[in-house]
Design a protein around this ligand. Structure first.
Ligand code: IVH
Length: 692
């Protein structure tokens, strides 16, 4: 890069143009796609260089200069806030039948035949926030983030006039109010019109515009964008002075929060249905986007009994509006290769607007789906999007099919590495057999390894991983942790022994961004067990299963020993792990390449033993419990949930590892086995005493 003092005017103009384009691209990746490819410091460096050149050549300042977009100095990044009460998401359903199933499941869980009253709230399509008040003053604001940790957006939230800064009247000393920040349709269109006039890329929809505006490092920009909000739930409270959701809304209004005037109590399914139809009709004329209705059990005492699943409450459900559809053409069909070798066909579409979002790809799922619908390149198709799911092809308009069209032949070899792609019996998916010698699989595994729920390494984005992989800098997860040593002195540099990497001399990188990357990597040399297990990328093992494994095996050493001993029974005994999943897990650990990868990794990092965040004080913490027979005071699911939240493991069958067997009425063989093994037996009453 040319030094600024040495730039000619012509070079400076070209450089300003390059930086403006680069930063506009980075802005879109960051704000619109939430998928940044520049680290914050790389971004800052560009901005800095832009400013210096502009100072030297003020007559060359461009109308679209990045410096014009910014009022104050950009902070180096968002601070993180750990939610004391996680910000969860909602399960979703698409039909009245499924809502009925949800209502029935609530009744079953509570073991009641009576009607349950639900609060039905329009589901605002925005960005959720949490606002913390201490002694009636707004002191902290956060985004949802991954549900556990969000970004500190205190200053940004302060700029939204609808958010009360202080609370009037009586309020709990500590109160976290949660809700949705959104941009009204009018404000969204105005913003896009302005951007289009300035030659800037426009936002795809009001949700992206709201997210892009709220997640600004510079709160002055947030202040310039018009944002609105609705409050609808709470996080931590020192003293809850409401008994129902409806009652909570009254408090919110008294404190000055905007509450959606369309929230309604529904006492039965037909009221739910009427409300849904009414809002569907109102939807287009509302000043903001909604994408469905949220139902919440109105009575908080019942909500508390119902509790939570891993990421969603049992007492609430989102009823999404039907998908939006559009007609377009398939320009090409590509095959993507995923982390586990799965070949997924993707249609490249003629870009089309579907309900306000420009869609240019659709998933075709698998080869059977292509055959069943007879989807071909050149076809005109109906596509739909529903909520956040990837757009899908609904049907082919056969009348519009070109005369020379040909059936799509699904490849029998991996398009990336050429290895055989095979399909196992009973499986819909064809998989590349290349394993980690297949670049696509290796790259996807690395991306998974650093992803948010795994090692969560900031600064190692998709693009960087791809580049590093192709340049031979990163091949296996352990390489990430030797990066710094190899960068400085070439130590351990497997592919070109002896030569150092000097990442700081890469285009667009600098000393600051490189050291920030190493810092991010080094901060992850100790990792919690569930994250580590998830990061390994074992087929079928998501975050919930990883947590189950961590909970049941306690340490990675123990898990590994049992798996290498092919102890499948230990796995299937865990409630929530089935035979097929157990097979995949054992297979993963018997694969020599995986073992070698793990060995290398363990030389670089330390995996913490599992510490249960549930109730430590409970005598059930860490114990294995089996339920048998018909329970009378609570349903089986309620009992299981109670045991889990007391830190216990729940198993499906009795073994010598079982600590307690809880006996309901008519308990059968499990009770007998427990007696034989000398396991402690509890009746329902004794179990309830243990957990309270
Ligand atoms: S309640 C535990 N109520 O939908 C309950 N969420 O899919 C948490 N949302 O993250 C959420 N309107 O961003 C709730 N009236 C409403 C909502 C709402 C929109 C969003 C929110 C949440 C997502 C879950």
């Amino acid at each position: 890069m040319i030094k600024i003092e040495e730039l000619t005017a012509e070079q400076a103009a070209a450089e300003l143009e390059r930086i403006a384009a680069e930063m506009a691209k980075a802005d879109i990746a960051y704000y619109q796609n939430d998928d940044p490819y520049l680290t914050d410091s790389q971004y800052d460096e560009l901005k800095h260089r832009n400013r210096e050149i502009e100072q030297k050549f003020p007559h060359l300042i461009r109308p679209d200069s990045p410096s014009r977009k910014v009022g104050a100095a950009v902070k180096s990044g968002f601070g993180k806030i750990t939610h004391r009460f996680p910000m969860l998401s909602l399960g979703d359903v698409f039909s009245l039948e499924e809502v009925d199933d949800f209502v029935m499941s609530v009744k079953r869980f509570l073991n009641t035949a009576e009607d349950i009253t639900f609060m039905a709230e329009p589901k605002i399509d925005g960005l959720s926030f949490s606002a913390r008040y201490e002694n009636g003053r707004f002191i902290q604001g956060a985004t949802r983030g991954d549900g556990t940790t969000g970004e500190d957006i205190t200053e940004n939230l302060r700029t939204i006039a609808q958010l009360p800064q202080t609370l009037p009247g009586k309020f709990p000393d500590i109160l976290e109010v949660r809700g949705e920040v959104y941009m009204s349709k009018t404000d969204f269109f105005a913003l896009n019109q302005k951007y289009a006039a300035e030659g800037k890329k426009v936002f795809a929809n009001p949700r992206n515009a709201a997210a892009g505006s709220l997640r600004q490092l510079d709160s002055k920009i947030t202040a310039e964008r018009k944002l609105s909000l609705f409050a609808y739930t709470w996080g931590e409270v020192s003293e809850r002075c409401w008994d129902t959701q409806a009652d909570f809304f009254e408090h919110l209004k008294d404190w000055g929060f905007p509450v959606n005037p369309l929230n309604r109590l529904c006492r039965n399914l037909s009221e739910i249905d009427e409300n849904f139809t009414r809002l569907m009709e109102l939807r287009a004329s509302l000043p903001y986007d909604i994408d469905g209705i949220v139902y919440k059990v109105n009575d908080i005492a019942l909500q508390e009994r119902l509790g939570f699943l891993t990421r969603t409450p049992r007492w609430a459900m989102a009823h999404k509006f039907p998908a939006e559809q559009a007609l377009t053409k398939i320009n090409d069909i590509r095959i993507q290769v995923g982390r586990t070798g799965a070949l997924t066909p993707v249609a490249d579409l003629e870009p089309v607007n579907v309900g306000g979002v420009i869609v240019s790809h659709a998933t075709l799922h698998n080869e059977d789906e292509i055959r069943r619908k007879d989807i071909r390149i050149g076809d005109t198709v109906v596509i739909q999007r529903a909520g956040d799911v990837i757009p899908q092809v609904v049907e082919v308009i056969k009348d519009k099919r070109p005369a020379d069209s040909q059936e799509f032949i699904f490849p029998a070899a991996c398009p990336i590495c050429g290895a055989h792609a095979i399909r196992e019996e009973d499986e819909a998916i064809r998989r590349c057999t290349g394993g980690l010698t297949c670049p696509a699989q290796a790259i996807e595994r690395l991306k998974h390894f650093v992803s948010r729920d795994a090692f969560d390494i900031e600064g190692l984005g998709a693009k960087i991983i791809e580049d590093f992989y192709h340049e031979g800098i990163l091949h296996s997860p352990a390489d990430i942790f030797s990066l710094e040593r190899r960068n400085n002195d070439g130590d351990l540099f497997a592919h070109q022994p002896g030569s150092a990497l000097h990442l700081e001399s890469r285009e667009g990188w600098g000393h600051k961004s490189v050291s920030k990357l190493f810092q991010a990597i080094n901060s992850k040399r100790r990792i919690e067990l569930p994250r580590f297990i998830y990061a390994l990328g074992i087929r079928q093992v998501g975050t919930a299963t990883a947590r189950l494994l961590a909970q049941n095996f306690g340490s990675f050493k123990h898990l590994r020993e049992e798996m290498e001993a092919q102890n499948t029974e230990k796995l299937v005994a865990i409630d929530g792990i089935g035979g097929a999943m157990a097979k995949d897990i054992v297979e993963f650990f018997s694969e020599p390449h995986n073992r070698a990868t793990i060995d290398c990794l363990l030389q670089e990092i330390e995996v913490e033993d599992y510490v249960d965040t549930a109730n430590y004080d409970s005598p059930l913490a860490g114990k294995t419990v089996v339920f048998t027979g018909t329970l009378e005071k609570m349903t089986r699911s309620e009992a299981k949930a109670k045991a889990l939240s007391a830190g216990a493991k729940v198993a499906g069958s009795v073994s010598k590892n079982t600590d307690y067997v809880v006996l309901g009425a008519d308990a059968g063989s499990k009770a007998k086995k427990a007696q034989e093994l000398g396991v402690t037996l509890l009746n329902e009453e004794e179990f309830l005493q243990l957990i309270t």
